[in-house]
Design a protein around this ligand. Structure first.
Ligand code: DP6
Length: 338
């Protein structure tokens, strides 16, 4: 069984230079989570094609979600030069209908389970001996979904765009132990998102704000790394928010006018900022390609922040997670992918 956590981006991957090669326009940085993960099991099968079920429901290759998954499986089989087919079962640890994107953990776990089964590896060490270390796993999972590559390592992870599609590199910049960051995910809308992040990447590069974003990003990236190095939560938080708002400004100003943040998101952020000021809370927000808000803070802030949020909003749905170790793999002896 392959277990791969989700991640939350501090500097967003937003725009692709080459869609086919999954080459991003910019370096990105994220925190690998711990409790929000996907578990995937792969079994060898004599069937003529792969099969895949998510949370007990089979996904057809011609469904919108299924197409991306089966394409990735055929890509992996081609990379390994195998015709072997596999039967996958996959489960998310977090509620599916919570509007939280699961593509990073999903494609990460799919890649890891597939490679373990193709190479008959029982754990990460055996897989590494077969030539698939974390960097190689990151490189392969990127082809399924870009953000999945950062979930292949724990702590705080950088994905460098590099000068060519081939020179992209994924590496851990800080271990989990460096900083006890937590993520309170405020679920404002639990319906699946209407616009995929892939559409967002396509639209981003056409935004009139995109060139300016590219110009400012290296400095924002370096300052954010400085703040993380110094564990300076306030400096870190202001840069985190600047980056999230910039990514969403790019999405909204594109021709397509993509709006991931809703009225509810804006109303919540305004209220949250008011509460932060009133109670002196050291917590900061970011949002991915969806309406829900991630509040990032140190472990010591979680209890107070949760209490204040629940006082203000009696019905608020909050998922709590923290910085994590990265993927794990355990395959039982009796059958491949157990
Ligand atoms: C907003 O990795 O979902 O979460 O490569 O097309 O599958 P594809 O995109 P995806 O994009 C994630 C975008 C983001 C920011 C981030 O995680 O860096």
């Amino acid at each position: 069984m392959a277990q791969v956590p989700s991640n939350i981006a501090f500097i967003k991957y937003w725009g692709k230079r080459d869609e086919k090669k999954q080459w991003p326009t910019n370096d990105s940085l994220s925190m690998t989570l711990s409790g929000m993960f996907t578990r995937t099991t792969a079994r060898l099968t004599d069937a003529h094609d792969f099969s895949f079920a998510l949370n007990g429901t089979p996904l057809a290759p011609d469904s919108a979600k299924g197409a991306k998954i089966y394409r990735h499986l055929h890509f992996l089989a081609h990379e390994l030069g195998t015709r072997q087919k596999l039967d996958f079962t996959s489960f998310n640890s977090f509620p599916t209908a919570c509007g939280i994107a699961s593509s990073a953990s999903g494609f990460g776990a799919l890649t890891l389970a597939a490679l373990a089964a193709f190479t008959d590896s029982k754990n990460l060490e055996e897989l590494q001996q077969q030539g698939f270390d974390a960097k190689k796993l990151a490189q392969l999972s990127r082809h399924g979904s870009g953000s999945a590559c950062r979930s292949m390592m724990g702590g705080i992870v950088q994905w460098q765009a590099g000068a060519t599609p081939e020179s992209q590199a994924v590496s851990q910049l800080f271990s989990r132990e460096h900083w006890d960051l937590n993520d309170l995910i405020v679920i404002l809308d639990d319906t699946p998102k209407a616009v995929s992040s892939s559409d967002g990447h396509r639209a981003a590069v056409k935004s009139p704000l995109f060139a300016e974003r590219m110009e400012r990003l290296p400095h924002r990236f370096a300052s954010l790394v400085e703040a993380i190095t110094a564990r300076d939560i306030d400096k870190f938080g202001l840069l985190l928010e600047e980056e999230a708002l910039n990514m969403h400004a790019v999405a909204e100003s594109s021709d397509e006018g993509l709006r991931y943040m809703t009225e509810k998101t804006h109303a919540f952020i305004n209220k949250f900022k008011e509460l932060r000021k009133r109670w002196g809370l050291q917590a900061y927000f970011t949002c991915d390609a969806g309406p829900n808000v991630h509040l990032i803070c140190e472990a010591k802030t979680v209890e107070n922040l949760t209490k204040i949020l629940h006082q203000e909003y009696t019905q608020l749905k909050i998922l709590h997670d923290e910085i994590g170790e990265g993927p794990s793999l355990q395959v039982a002896d009796q059958g491949i992918g157990q």
